[in-house]
Design a protein around this ligand. Structure first.
Ligand code: CA
Length: 235
């Protein structure tokens, strides 16, 4: 399956270089030079697997583009790799409010960017088996295809990062997992995402879980663990 990558970048030279290089590597590429155009192209079928998103765009900011992609069901699961300039607020960027998967600071080498892209797509592709599969781990049903869980009969959809965090925790019920371990599991060995990032995503995940948030226990300076529910949340 050819992965489709949307490049949202207003610097023409960079955009062309990326397009050329990624196309040569066998990716299906699309380019947008403004944020609005980026959002619009992200919605076109088939939706891209990944968006390379520059933060500083001439119209709306990359963060806004990211928010819109995440907020729109057909595109909410697209992987997002952000390009930032030094000095931009990395912590905000990585997503927290907006849920980007990773970021690269300019100037970067194409090789580094490609490694990041490969890592994101590898995670992504290994998570999407062709058939719908409803998994029951403990009694918390994780649906890999829609990246959602059922809580009290209600389907809660998660970002791919949130899903991977939950998946990692649920795989080791009752055991505390340190932020570093979660970082490696979820973001990969090479990521330079900081451990605070883990906290932010776990907190968001807990918020989404609502009444079932006690399933994820936080212990200061230790990490997080999944406590299998005593009652059945699957409704
Ligand atoms: Ca720019």
């Amino acid at each position: 399956m050819t992965n489709r990558i949307l490049i949202v970048e207003d610097e023409k030279d960079l955009s062309r270089t990326l397009e050329y290089s990624l196309t040569k590597d066998g990716y299906d590429t699309l380019c947008a030079a403004t944020g609005e155009e980026g959002v619009e192209m992200a919605c076109r079928q088939p939706v891209p697997d990944l968006v390379i998103l520059d933060l500083m765009l001439p119209d709306i900011s990359g963060l806004e583009v990211c928010r819109r992609i995440r907020g729109h069901p057909p595109t909410h699961d697209i992987s997002i790799l952000i390009l930032t300039a030094k000095g931009e607020e990395i912590d905000r960027v990585v997503g927290f409010e907006v849920g980007a998967d990773d970021y690269v600071v300019k100037p970067f080498s194409i090789r580094e960017l490609k490694l990041r892209i490969e890592a994101i797509l590898r995670r992504r592709n290994s998570e999407t088996p062709g058939e719908k599969m409803l998994e029951k781990r403990g009694v918390l049903p994780l649906n890999r295809t829609t990246q959602s869980i059922q809580v009290g009969g209600e389907e809660i959809s998660l970002t791919s990062l949130e899903f991977r965090i939950l998946d990692a925790l649920v795989t080791n019920p009752g055991q505390f997992m340190s932020r570093d371990t979660l970082l490696k599991r979820v973001w990969g060995e090479k990521s330079d995402v900081r451990s605070r990032t883990v906290d932010v995503h776990v907190n968001r995940l807990r918020e989404k879980l609502g009444s079932a948030n006690q399933l994820i226990e936080t212990r200061r300076n230790v990490g997080y663990r999944y406590n299998p529910p005593k009652t059945d949340f699957s409704g």
